[in-house]
Write a protein that binds this ligand. Sequence first.
Ligand SMILES: [Zn+2]
Length: 391
Amino acid sequence: MANNIIIFDTTLRDGEQSPGASLDINEKVQIARQLALLQVNVIEAGFPVSSPGDFESVKRIAREVRGVSVAGLARAVEKDIDSAAMALEKAEKPRIHIFLATSEIHRKYKLLKAKEEIIHLAVKAVKYARKYVDDIEFSPEDASRTELDFLVQVVEAVIDAGAKTVNIPDTVGYAVPDHYAALIRGLKEHVKNIHKAIISVHCHNDLGLAVANSLAAVKAGAQQVECTINGIGERAGNAALEEIVMALKTRQDFYHCSTRIVTKELIATSKLVSTLTGLRVQRNKAIVGENAFAHQSGVHQDGVLKERTTYEIIKPEDVGHLKTRLVLGKLSGRHALKERIKELGYELSEEEFERAFKEFKHIADKKKRYLMRILGLLLVSRKWKFLLFSN
Ligand SMILES: [Zn+2]
């Protein structure tokens, strides 16, 4: 199956807008190198005109990172586009990403501009950017709250002006899956030249729906997904790259598409981003959380030990986890304890095991903590003792 979904990573642009996250230039370059290893298709490296630091980091990433497109963000004004073009000069595959708000709320309160003027500015900006590069992406900001007929006009006009990708952002996280999918289908149906451009989606997680909305859009025909590592980003964040990629991979039977992402690099990338931004990943986070492949219930542990797929839909190794983790706690059963004792290199008779199991249950119960993990098992003068360490 062709790798037909383009993964556009915006960890270094939208992700860095996370309250509390700020990266220096070297850290950004380090993350960009890891993203190239992960084989994302596009790295949005920053917003060059916004600060000298952003300009410099886009410039360095453009110069040093190979095998991916590098994008720089710009408003629909010449000085932004000039700055993005200068920063991207040495990129192997440069992309200028222009945005301009189109929704009524933004037109009325932020831009104070009429519809005709918005179309005029968008077209002018795309044409201007074409002087520098071929690969232009245009985003009608707040697209999901824009009137469909006006959005159709804007998208058609920017494609005519030369935009190769049209991104339909759910800037404020307002969309829900059925609505967002219908929006994508509406554009495919009404924009006459839509076949000349890639439809991209960019979702925010204000209602916890960023990934669901992105996937619904893919099903409706979107070919590029914009996302960030660990789902970091403005406010509640962006669609999480690792969740998008693994949903498409795990449910290929349903989506019939794939990405070129080297999924074994997901954990390493997640850890790097979390360490450098200081934004910790919650334990129960899908795919990359510490508990994503940990089982504690005795019934589940027994099932996984008999056949992994009884309770696991993804092989932990496929995303870079070492392996399934069976957490020993008060709900664990004989099977899991037996396995752990074997791993630790001990062989017990049936009678010894029963004694050990009883004592283990006793201690686990007393501790009453799910986080308890048995790390060691010691034999002291023919009497089993368990060392429990909390983590
Ligand atoms: Zn955004």
